[in-house]
Design a protein around this ligand. Structure first.
Ligand code: SAM
Length: 207
């Protein structure tokens, strides 16, 4: 007798929501602030440029630690943080819009943002192609996108939940190229003067 091979069911997103709602209480591993000198922040600031009067989306913002720095630096920017976990959103600072939702189906019209970034959140999206497409959809033509996430070549270095996925440089470049005219990627480290150890990659794209 032949048995049809079936794929293991994807973990329902309610498990992921529960995981991150609980994780919000863990300030050590899910901090609400970040040292603005950390290169992950600096790269976003550098690549996105002057954000005053710009509409900016933080995709999978967590507690909004990146958005906090951007909002302090650019008080006239209109910044929205979107996250699946409402308990994370309670920590998003005043002056930053907080929106509950999934990055795989963003509740915004096309082209409404000048730029968007996602830091260590795409790795949890499960439907990666949809999440990249959505992030690109909501950014206007000519607008910029930054994704910072972990390198699939380093898989195993950290403990990860079952649904987490890390990415190869070309893999995400190809997905971004479906929607963007200019795409590049590079290894980055926390500190600009320390050589990258290969764990983090940054993808930069222009719609
Ligand atoms: C490791 S945290 C990073 C948070 C933030 N970007 C930062 O760097 O501080 C991952 C975040 O992605 C969020 N997340 C996971 N899947 C998501 C989805 N499908 N849509 C929106 N947010 C999601 C989680 O709730 C969590 O807050």
């Amino acid at each position: 007798m032949f048995w049809k091979k079936t794929q293991a069911p994807a973990i329902p997103s309610r498990d992921i929501v529960r995981h991150f709602n609980e994780a919000a209480a863990d300030e050590e591993n899910f901090p609400s602030t970040i040292d603005p000198r950390i290169y992950h922040v600096q790269l976003i600031l550098e690549y996105l440029g002057d954000l005053n009067a710009k509409r900016v989306l933080d995709v999978g913002c967590g507690k909004g630690r990146f958005a906090r720095v951007l909002a302090e630096r650019y008080p006239r920017a209109f910044i929205v943080g979107l996250d699946l976990a409402e308990a994370m959103l309670h920590h998003v600072p005043a002056g930053v819009g907080a929106c509950a939702g999934s990055m795989t189906a963003l509740p915004f019209p096309s082209g409404v943002f000048d730029c968007a970034y996602a830091t260590e959140s795409l790795e949890h999206a499960v439907e990666i192609e949809a999440a990249v497409a959505e992030m690109c959809r909501v950014v206007r033509p000519g607008g910029r996108i930054v994704i910072i996430d972990k390198n699939s070549k380093q898989w195993g270095r950290l403990k990860t939940p079952q649904w987490e996925k890390w990415f190869g440089r070309k893999e995400l470049e190809k997905l971004l190229e479906r929607h963007c005219r200019k795409v590049s990627s590079r290894p980055i480290s926390y500190w600009e003067d320390v050589a990258p150890d290969g764990l983090f990659l940054a993808w930069l794209a222009e719609r």
